[in-house]
Write a protein that binds this ligand. Structure first.
Ligand SMILES: [Zn+2]
Ligand SMILES: [Zn+2]
Length: 602
């Protein structure tokens, strides 16, 4: 007898093949039967699914849910959007191994801001996985080992330099140890700040070689992706990088080039660009036609050309138009980028900064700094995006007339003058006034111009996959809750749904079958996840049943955990994790480990 029989569903099996009508049976943790005819086996529960889509559970190839999993083991935000397996440890940011106590404390509690961790009770990568196995989790967790943790385990807090020969050997052996424990591959980040930043090409080549030998996978948060500006201070928040001024504009391109040059030396390695964006940074405003041309060239140069030569190359994309961060204090965003600058590091305490902003000469100095290219407001550099003030919307304010307005809206209300003056000067004066008037003022980055014009175009490429780039969050969370201190973004609950609705159903950029293929079989193949991502007899029963026409999402920064609509059932390992749109809180996820892969579908 079957446990579940899903009757008359339109099956989108994950391979890209046309949807077909069938009855799908689940027994234990497996898909036990796919039946076309009328004689149906008995089942403990029958789910009528006429007119609804049954797909494999989604695989989120770029997640940070592992980091907050010990705090929010349910991974509710994943399940709510149909994600049954997340690939954790991206951007070099896994929390294991943890051999150097001082580094781990600094890194996990400090850099990753995981205040929920009181006790880092693992050392090796295997011990971390055993620890996660010791409590029930919602989605399946496919682990990558983060290069930061490996490097910090070997070099401690003295990681802002090139490794010695002896250290390199240890770094290599810790990667080996993690792969032996079941890691699917390695992620690394070359952006300033984290321990991976100062790894030289020799180190990366050695690690890439080992990954290639193991038939493994590498994914890169490429250099200058986030931080294009030069820093002249050794203790800069984002690291010690002393950049070339030209990289304020060409940095992203150089970062992508660096990764491509690296993976081309290891042709059997599967490689993935993390959160690919336009390689060519053109200041806003610019036309969509120009954006499209640059995106096409980005994909041609970094993806299609190496793919045509046989490299196993993929990329993932943030399917959003707003932000990875939620509501934050304005003064916090302002102080973040000041913290490690020689001139401003003593002004980062909120009280001191607010007081200093009453002084015109301080304001003038700060303006010069903000325009220098070294400063970022949250994720946006005013030097490369002069129209940044369009991107921030106020959500909490003493003066209610500010609510739901952008900084530019308020600037236009309060000042006169030609647009260019508003953009370059007035908006800063207005911002400083607002902070002085209301130090608790809060806003969110509601329009991330780095990506919002690019998502559809990037995802038109068959090697592109959407992802959440998100930690694990609970089902109901207020706007202030954040495991990682950057606010709670609606994106964390909606990324996959936004992709399906905006890119596929409404945008018609790709077909339904192709949209599902990207986040199922293609994701599983890229990472090396066996037995999942495909609806076939004998496969693990990770499934999503949805009402395609009702599928939708809401971006509400005040209520970031507003659930998507249209997702009816989610099965994880044959258990119902979401029923009629509601979480059951049955936690049946598993820690997956890399096994030799056998493709069982065509
Ligand atoms: Zn990243
Ligand atoms: Zn990431």
């Amino acid at each position: 007898m079957l446990d579940y029989l899903i009757k008359n569903a339109m099956v989108v099996d994950g391979t890209g093949k046309a949807a077909y009508q069938a009855h799908v049976g689940v027994k234990g943790d497996r898909i036990a039967a796919i039946i076309a005819d009328e004689t149906l086996p008995e089942a403990k529960k029958v789910i009528e699914a006429e007119g609804q889509l049954l797909t494999p559970g989604f695989i989120d190839v770029h997640s940070h849910a592992d980091v907050s999993l010990p705090v929010y083991p349910g991974g509710d935000n994943s399940i709510m959007q149909g994600v049954t397996t997340f690939v954790g440890g991206n951007c070099g940011m896994g929390v294991a191994p943890a051999y150097n106590e001082e580094f781990s404390r600094f890194y996990v509690l400090g850099q990753l801001q995981m205040k929920g961790y009181l006790n880092i009770c693992w050392k090796s990568f295997g011990e971390w996985l055993d620890y996660v196995r010791s409590f029930p989790i919602g989605p399946n967790y496919a682990p990558l080992v983060g290069h930061n943790a490996i490097r910090g385990s070997v070099m401690g807090l003295d990681y802002n330099r090139v490794a010695t020969d002896e250290e390199l050997e240890k770094i290599n052996s810790l990667l080996k140890e993690a792969l032996d424990a079941g890691a699917f591959g390695m992620s690394y980040s070359s952006d300033p700040g984290f321990a991976g930043h100062c790894a030289d090409l020799r180190e990366l080549k050695i690690l890439f070689k080992l990954l290639e030998e193991r038939g493994s996978y590498v994914t890169a948060h490429t250099r200058h992706h986030q931080n294009q500006w030069p820093s002249d201070d050794g203790r800069h928040y984002y690291g010690v990088y002393v950049g070339e001024p030209g990289d304020v504009l060409c940095g992203r391109y150089h970062g992508l080039l660096e990764f491509m040059e690296l993976f081309k030396e290891t042709p059997k390695l599967t490689a993935c660009y993390s959160h690919l964006t336009n390689a060519f940074l053109a200041p806003m405003p610019h036309s969509q036609a120009m954006e499209n041309a640059m995106l096409d060239e980005t994909m041609c140069m970094f993806v299609d050309e190496p793919a045509a030569k046989g490299y196993k190359i993929y990329f993932n994309v943030l399917p959003h138009q707003n932000s990875l961060s939620g509501i934050r204090k304005v003064v916090y965003d302002l102080s973040l980028s000041l913290a490690y600058d020689k001139e401003f590091k003593n002004y980062t305490e909120a009280d001191i900064l607010v007081n200093s902003l009453k002084d015109q000469s301080f304001r003038e100095k700060l303006k010069v700094y903000i325009k220098s290219g070294k400063f970022k407001m949250n994720m946006i550099s005013p030097a490369t995006d002069p129209y940044w003030a369009d991107c921030f919307t106020f959500f909490t304010a003493k003066d209610e007339s500010l609510l739901n307005k952008t900084l530019m809206d308020v600037t236009k209300e309060r000042t006169d003058g030609p647009t260019a003056e508003m953009v370059y000067t007035n908006c800063l004066d207005v911002l400083f006034d607002l902070i002085v008037e209301d130090p608790d003022l809060e806003w969110a980055l509601t329009c991330d111009k780095r990506e919002y014009m690019a998502t559809d175009r990037l995802l038109s490429n068959r090697r592109g996959m959407p992802m959440t780039d998100s930690p694990s969050f609970p089902e109901k969370s207020d706007k202030w809750l954040s495991p990682m201190d950057y606010g709670n973004p609606p994106l964390s609950y909606t990324a996959m749904i936004r992709y399906l609705v905006d890119v596929c159903r409404e945008g018609k950029v790709i077909s339904t079958e192709e949209a599902i293929r990207r986040i199922t079989t293609q994701a599983a193949e890229m990472v090396g996840i066996a037995e999942r991502g495909y609806i076939g007899e004998g496969m693990k029963a990770d499934l999503v049943l949805m009402d395609w026409e009702k599928l939708n999402y809401v971006i509400d920064f005040n209520n970031p955990s507003t659930p998507p609509t249209g997702i009816r059932y989610v099965f994880v390992n044959g258990n119902v994790a979401l029923e009629e749109g509601r979480l059951t809180h049955v936690l049946s996820g598993e820690v997956l480990t890399k096994q030799s892969i056998q493709k069982v579908y065509d």
